[in-house]
Design a protein around this ligand. Sequence first.
Ligand code: FES
Length: 117
Amino acid sequence: MARRRRYLFVCVNRRPDGQPRGSCAARGSVELHAALKAELAARQLDRFEVRACTSSCLDACWVGPCIAVTPDDVFYGRVTVEDVPELVDALERDQRLDRLLLAPEDFLDPKERRSGG
Ligand code: FES
């Protein structure tokens, strides 16, 4: 297989129910990863352009499901299965999907934000 132009790392980490941080898997990231793979394959982007991989925790659980895109150095958050066509549209056009981009402050644990740290 060829090296793809982009790799998407979809966090599929799962924590036990009731854990305060929650997890991307509990918010639907396993289904999101499957939908991304299917959409990329349907558009024949999977062989040379984009590979959808899974990852462990990206440490922004509170805004999950999260996706890291390399080599773009982009993080998406709060991504749902319904976002997949629009996200793949953006990848096809070499663009970012601004409405799902995570800002630097999104990586701060809400508890740290409340305490000012
Ligand atoms: S569980 Fe997905 S970012 Fe932490």
